[in-house]
Structures are given as structure tokens and as C-alpha cells.
Ligand binder design. Sequence first.
Ligand code: UGY
Ligand code: MN
Length: 236
Amino acid sequence: MHRLGHTRSSYQADHLLLTADTFVRTRLPGMENAMAIVHVSPAVGAGFTQYTAEFEAAGKLGPTAAQRFLFVLEGEVEVAGRALAPDHYAYLPAGCDAAVAARRRARAEVIEKPYRALEGVNPPAMLVANERVVPSQPLTDDGDLQVRLLLPDDPAFDFAVNTMTYQPGAALPMVEMHVMEHGLLMLAGGGIYRLGERWYPVTAGDFIWMAPFCPQWFGALGKSPAKYLVYKDWNR
Ligand code: UGY
Ligand code: MN
């Protein structure tokens, strides 16, 4: 349907909201039978790149010198020969040449970031896991807001990726302002996101980038839980 120039998408100095109606697909170097919806990259000053990879039959990603984190959204994606179903994820260290491919149509969220080493600390090894079995913990004392840390709490990792699940009506207990930036994909449900001095209705499929110190707050609305996948630079 014609939207007469309207969209919820918004690009501000300290944040970016991208809704599906504004997604543009492109083929990144080395991709075969696959396209990327690039959500954020150093082009806006971010220290990482995040995109949704859409695979067709026999699709594959190109190589990267960066670390790569991959979260399966739909279908089955093979990483280093291991088949990952939805909610399974993989961390591939910098320089790892593991193939990422799909036999059939599939979608995955991909985060890439050059590794920032820490003196005296060995870089992490490859990791494959299932978000559904990662133990969750409440944020502060609110059992209605559950967090799952998808990567080990280990200084070897220079970023974190978590899922946050809000029961209807649950909200962040404070407006956060912090040095870390975020890449965020809404996985389910929706609510209101405060970003900077604006409040946005958001729903599953939306992407948000928050620059360092961007004021941020979320409250879940609706009758089903809201859930998002959130990246932040960490341990550095
Ligand atoms: O980890 C975080 O900083 C998280 N609580 N931020 C957010 O959900 N916007
Ligand atoms: Mn935050």
C-alpha cells in the first residue's frame, strides 16, 4: 500500500530506528544467493556492522576479517558444517574462516566487529549455542524482565549480545545513559521505546541503533511478551 511518504523510521544524531517498510537490500562482497539488509555500520559512526542476511537456496556469506556473531531467525543456517535452527547462534572469532551457508531459504541476524585485543588475554574461541536453553536472570529484581547473556561473561569478549524478554507492562526501571552503544532487533511483541528526546512505538522486525549515551527506555505493551536481541560493546 502507498504510505504517502510516511514511515516510523527515523535517523537522528544519536539513534536510528529502521522499520521494515524502509529496508533496502544489497549484496555484500562474497555473498552468493543471499542479500543483506544493512541496519547499521561505521557509516553512521557505529563501531560495528549489523545486518539481516536473507539466504535463498544454496546461499552463503562472504568471508570477513572481523569477528562475526550470527543469530538464526528463520530456516536453517549451517555454520562450519553445523546446522543451526531458529534461536540458535554462533560466535566466530576474528580470522575464523568457517563457512556460513543455507541449503534452503533462511534468515539470520549478523553482527560483525573488528576485534579489540586486551593485553594478556587470549581471544575467544568459536562458540555455538541455543538461546532457548541459556538460563535467564531478572534485570534488577523484576521477574517480568528477563535477560539472557548469549556470550560468556569473560573479558576475552569485546562485545556482549543478550536477549531481553518483557512481560506485558514490564519496563526498564530507569532511563539508561551509558558509554556503550547498542544494536537492537525486536524479535517479538512491541511497546514504546524512548530514544534521545523522542518516544517511538516499536514492533517485531524493527531495528534500533543507539549511540553512546543515547537516553534509552522501553516499556512493553500488548498482550504477549516483547523480546529483543541487543548488542553492546563490552569489557573494553
Ligand atoms: O544492557 C543494556 O544496556 C540494556 N538494558 N539496554 C537496553 O535494553 N536498552
Ligand atoms: Mn542499554
